[in-house]
Write a protein that binds this ligand. Structure first.
Ligand code: HEM
Length: 409
């Protein structure tokens, strides 16, 4: 007999630590109603989450994410909360189309590729700061926390010593920091006040014909598509969005990638022997240990999925993490397998019009990290228990990830 487990228990700490066996208990009955949890940017203890549908099958998750007309990304809970709403992530068409056109030009692959030397330099400096060969280290405490924040600080032309601020703003917004609602609000206010001042200063410098530091902010200010540019307000909110959407998920992803190398020595060895395997390792890690577990949508009309009659206005939690472990889509999902024929179909960057815009940047940080680990160390070993965070199901990632990097012989 299957153990009793119901959809309203999905936000329990033991589920957040390892949600996949629990998804298996519910997948056949999905969509199910009655899950309550917090979208990014809302305030546990202040905002009241709406009861929502839970979608767990790969096909249904893909259908909901793809059908942006029936499932809106606008988040009334976040709009009513004191936190700033996110650019693109929380926009529907037609605003989404306009903003995405400009943002897609900012994030075009050639511009991201041009950042490689700068990202490599930040990766090297971060490894110099935090890793000592043959000495145990918790990579979550420093490297994984700080690298994405330093990359963001660099991309926005912020003083380098603000990397810790970026980190704090991101964890507060993405709910992975276990802090009070007042502290969360104070981080949001501080971030918005900083970006308002900083963007204004940089726009004034550009008006005076000066060069400004921070290639991403520079591009947000200057990029024009069909005569259309981002307003001051929009640029500020883009900075906030990239900070919280980019830094936090990438921190967890880097930790998950290092855990794969530490926990599957054969994968590390294959990568050492053939660095061209990175692409396959990167994709399977996104499926196997994908950071975002679920995001919400709101039904814009009555619609039926499977046996569920979803009503206009109902909340729907799209479980990307459960889709990644659907055995119908990915046979033997608990096995880390290189060369799955459908490796690119993992859902960890979402699907449809909202698919992650920053994916090439996340890949650049991950690829540079893996390449430099291979160049600098002879091996990675686990030195203590890997502990998964259990604060929010928004992201699946490690709270503690103790490893040792072995010196080159
Ligand atoms: C491994 C790291 C990352 C993961 C797993 C990830 C995941 C995601 C997911 C699942 C979505 C879809 C949201 C939805 O459907 O509602 C998304 C959207 C987005 N991501 Fe990422 N992300 C990562 C890194 C980044 C980075 C580094 C940036 C920017 C610097 C970024 C910026 C964005 C933006 C702007 C969107 C909204 C796109 C839109 O709605 O059109 N992400 N991301």
């Amino acid at each position: 007999m299957k153990p009793t487990f119901s959809v309203d228990q999905l936000n329990r700490p033991e589920v957040i630590r390892n949600p996949y066996p629990y998804y298996d208990l519910l997948r056949d009955q999905s969509p199910l109603f009655g899950y309550r949890d917090y979208p990014p940017g809302t305030m546990p203890g202040v905002d009241e989450p709406k009861p929502s549908w839970v979608v767990l099958n790969f096909d249904d998750v893909a259908a909901v994410a793809w059908d942006h007309e029936s499932f809106s990304s606008r988040d009334s809970l976040q709009e009513e909360s004191s936190a700033p709403t996110l650019m693109l992530v929380n926009h529907d068409r037609p605003e989404h189309t306009r903003l995405r056109k400009i943002a897609a030009k900012v994030f075009q692959p050639s511009s991201i590729k041009a950042l490689t030397p700068a990202v490599d330099a930040l990766v090297a400096a971060c490894m110099d700061d935090f890793f000592v060969p043959d000495r145990p280290v918790d990579v979550m405490a420093d490297y994984c926390a700080m690298l994405p924040s330093r990359v963001m600080a660099f991309l926005f032309g912020m003083p380098a010593d603000m990397d810790r601020d970026v980190r704090n703003w991101a964890t507060a917004f993405m709910l992975s920091a276990d802090i009070t609602a007042e502290e969360r609000q104070s981080h949001n206010r501080e971030a918005m006040a900083f970006f308002e001042r900083h963007v204004r200063e940089q726009m004034d410098r550009i008006d005076r014909g000066e060069q400004v530091p921070g290639p991403l902010l520079d591009a947000f200010i200057r990029t024009e598509v069909d005569g259309d540019r981002l307003s001051f307000e929009e640029i500020v909110r883009f900075c906030m969005t990239a900070t919280v959407a980019g830094a936090e998920t990438t921190s967890f992803y880097l930790g998950n990638l290092i855990a794969v190398f530490a926990d599957f020595p054969d994968i590390w060895q294959k990568f050492v022997d053939d660095p061209a395997l990175f692409d396959a390792i990167y994709k399977e890690t996104l499926r196997f240990h994908g950071p975002p577990q679920r995001l919400f949508r709101v039904a814009t009309r009555d619609i039926t999925i499977g046996d569920a009659d979803i009503r206009r206005g109902d909340w729907v939690a799209c479980f990307f993490g459960a889709a990644n472990y659907d055995p119908e889509a990915f046979p033997d999902p608990y096995a880390f397998q290189l060369h799955r024929p459908n490796a690119s179909r993992h859902m960890s960057f979402g699907y449809g019009i909202h698919r992650c815009l920053g994916a090439p940047l996340a890949q650049l940080e991950a690829e540079s990290t893996a390449r430099m680990l291979r160049e600098r160390y002879s091996g990675i070993e686990r030195t203590g228990e890997a502990v998964w965070q259990d604060v929010s199901l928004l992201n699946h990632g490690l709270a503690r990830n103790p490893v040792i990097f072995r010196a080159q012989e």
